[in-house]
Write a protein that binds this ligand. Structure first.
Ligand code: GLN
Length: 178
């Protein structure tokens, strides 16, 4: 999706892979596995310091969980974003669904939100801005400064609008040349 927007991308697996990057995406997957691997490969502190430098960071689904301060259970997370999260809030894999979403700052028709064993944001604190809720008020996207999270998977659609939003965020977080 980013390449379609003309953005150069690389995979981050080890701390040295973060060098020189403007932004990072913590993808979907399985947050318990992320935590194990990030601890084992020494990525926790390098990722925290990357985010704390104010560089744009997007967590989708498991990535959202990984950025959160409170997930209500004992599982390592980066613990950076002032949100309380509930994992697997819609049920199991078979309960996956797509919903048309209105997302703040994203114009045009409803965005196709793909939810796969998705978490929800139960509570936000500090200066967290809610960007999207389902019809029943459930929070599924939010931003806190340079951190952006979605409980759905924009990369599984053909719609690049959320990626465009993130690229604009990354531009705005980039240190200005003196
Ligand atoms: N259920 C997964 C978790 O708890 C997240 C699923 C996903 O990223 N699609 O980590």
């Amino acid at each position: 999706m980013l390449q379609r927007l003309g953005i150069e991308v690389t995979e981050v697996r080890l701390p040295k892979d973060l060098e020189g990057l403007d932004a990072v995406i913590m993808p979907g997957g399985e947050s318990t596995t992320f935590a194990k691997l990030a601890v084992r490969f020494g990525l926790m502190e390098p990722l925290r310091s990357f985010v704390n430098q104010g560089k744009a960071t997007w967590g989708t689904c498991a990535g959202l969980i990984f950025l959160s301060k409170d997930i209500g259970r004992d599982q390592p997370t980066l613990g950076l974003m002032d949100i309380r999260v509930k994992r697997n809030a819609f049920g199991r894999q078979i309960d996956s669904f797509t919903a048309g979403l209105q997302i703040d700052s994203i114009e045009g028709p409803p965005f196709p939100g793909v939810f796969i064993r998705a978490p929800i944001i139960e509570q936000v604190a500090g200066n967290v801005e809610v960007l999207c809720t389902l019809d029943d008020g459930t929070i599924v996207a939010a931003r806190q400064g340079n951190m952006f999270v979605t409980s759905f998977h924009p990369e599984l659609t053909d719609d690049t609008r959320v990626h465009e939003y993130f690229v604009a965020l990354a531009e705005s977080c980039r240190p200005k040349a003196a």
